[in-house]
Design a protein around this ligand. Structure first.
Ligand SMILES: [Zn+2]
Length: 503
């Protein structure tokens, strides 16, 4: 595990300067750790990721829903969050600073402390002489249970902001049941804000107190998981799996097909294997390189007691090493059973034979802050100060420049800007500074293409199209611009196929 120190000041400064991520906010007051603003470029990038990801979900026939962020206490009592959504906290005996014990260990030592008991945490801190990161003082010999949910009162009722979207997605099960005409599997997803009152938020937007979650939930029967509709399509897909057993003996992840994973018993069911595939595809679709992805199986002591299978998709970041970015869980019938027990509603249904069935839930749980950060981290070229983000998710698709701000060139450039904008590209207009400066500015933001309107444009309606990574340029007709940009970003076309090369 890499330590926090690899998060370079250069990257952070670059993200701030170029309008990606600002904070922690409020910057002009005394800032509160774990809260960030996505500036104009950051928001464009994050939107693009969320859009791609919802397209992947929809392609797999999921429907999007939006549930409330705040729910009353009884919901969190039933879900188990009140009791178990706690982090182990240690206090510094000198400065009274509070730290999350397991993360304190994991950041400096190559261990997974997530599943450590309180005794094991204290023992490790003691054995390794871990001291307070801010003052060097010793920690108190006590682990405090610290609940991560943010409390509020609504109409006199104790309530909490959701710490994940999941629970709020499960609750309307009866409504889904009727809407989806009493037929499983039911596939829904949510992308929305969730809140965790982290003890010590660190690692920039990776562990914020407010973040955007994206979760897909599939309601199924036990039998369906073992005879999965759509399994044939994905059985040959390969993923990298790092099983609990391999981790135990310090082995490496193994690349295997999902069919091999099911047949060897590495994963428990076809439906679960399909969920792994979906997680892999979600991250691949936004441009995370496959050689930086792996699934890590939960160790027995990390796994929730009801979980039938649990693996995390991890992404290798330059700043923080292998980082958990998505959890894929077979939650069994835990959730709907809990809400059936605690609410007046029975969430089971009767099958064709009149048998009562409590649906199981397969879940792909992630957020959009981490993959957004991952793209910025992985594709930042520090030397050239540019972002080589895959062009299909570049924050700005195309920038438009008039060569000079006179002789009618701005009017034509404005027209080109509008034309591209109408075709739903993310476009930026820039008319200040030399063309070289403008190119550099766009490279820093990761803009895929730049269009320059010059004096020749007035004569023959052609413009220059320049690509980011090679700085190569071609000349083409304004009429063909939309199509060219489209095929460049989303097809396989190379720049030189789109016009006359410019020497
Ligand atoms: Zn201290």
């Amino acid at each position: 595990m890499t330590s926090e120190d690899n998060f370079s000041e250069e990257l952070e400064a670059h993200l701030t300067r170029n309008g990606f991520i600002w904070g922690p906010e409020p910057e002009i007051y005394d800032s509160l750790a774990g809260f960030y603003t996505y500036g104009p470029m950051g928001k464009l990038l994050k939107n693009k990721l969320e859009d791609k990801m919802s397209r992947v979900f929809k392609q797999e026939k999921f429907y999007e829903v939006e549930a409330p962020i705040i729910m009353p206490e009884e919901v969190w009592d039933a879900s188990g969050h009140l009791e178990t959504f706690v982090d182990p906290m240690v206090l510094c005996s000198e400065c009274e600073g509070s730290y999350r014990a397991d993360k304190l260990i994991e950041e400096d030592y190559d261990v997974v402390a997530d599943g450590f008991s309180d005794e094991e945490l204290l023992e490790f801190i003691d054995d390794q002489d871990i001291t307070c990161p801010s003052c060097g003082g010793e920690f108190e010999q006590d682990i405090h249970d610290y609940n991560l949910m943010m409390e509020t009162r609504v109409a006199g009722r104790e309530s909490y902001s959701r710490p994940e979207t999941a629970t709020t997605t499960y609750l309307p099960f009866k409504r889904y049941w009727r809407f989806f005409r009493k037929k499983l599997p039911i596939k829904v997803f949510q992308i929305g804000k969730a809140f965790r009152n982290e003890i010590s938020p660190r690692q920039h937007v990776l562990r914020g107190r407010e973040f955007t979650q994206a979760e897909g939930q599939i309601f199924v029967t036990e039998e369906m998981k073992h005879d999965w509709d759509g399994y044939d399509r994905i059985r040959d897909e390969e993923v990298r799996l790092w099983s609990a057993e391999e981790q135990e003996k310090e082995g490496s992840p193994v690349t295997m097909s999902l069919e091999e994973a099911v047949d060897s018993g590495e994963v428990t069911s076809e439906g679960y294997a399909w969920s792994l595939y979906l997680a892999w595809e979600l991250f691949r679709s936004v441009g995370i390189p496959e050689d930086r992805m792996r699934f890590r199986e939960h160790q027995e002591d990390e796994k929730a007691h009801y979980a039938e299978d649990a693996w995390d998709l991890e992404v290798e970041l330059d700043s923080f090493g292998w980082t958990e970015c998505c959890g894929v869980h077979d939650r069994g019938d835990y959730d709907l059973s809990q809400h059936t027990e605690h609410s007046p509603e029975d969430l089971s249904f009767k099958d064709n034979h009149g048998k009562e069935v409590m649906p199981h839930i397969l879940e792909i749980a992630f957020g959009t802050d981490r993959p957004t950060f991952a793209l910025l981290d992985i594709f930042f070229d520090e030397e050239e100060e540019r972002l080589q983000i895959p062009t299909h998710v570049a924050p700005v698709d195309v920038a438009v420049f008039p060569l000079v701000t006179k002789d009618g060139l701005p009017d034509i450039a404005e027209e080109v800007y509008r034309q591209l904008h109408e075709r739903r590209f993310d476009v930026e207009y820039d008319d200040s500074g030399s063309i070289g400066k403008r190119y550099a500015r766009q490279d820093a933001k990761g803009t895929a293409l730049c269009v320059t309107v010059d004096y020749d444009t007035k004569e023959d309606d052609t413009v220059t199209l320049r690509e980011r990574d090679t700085s190569d340029q071609v000349r083409l007709n304004i009429e063909d611009l939309d199509g060219a940009v489209q095929t460049y970003l989303y097809g396989d076309a190379e720049l030189r196929e789109l016009g006359e090369p410019v020497e």
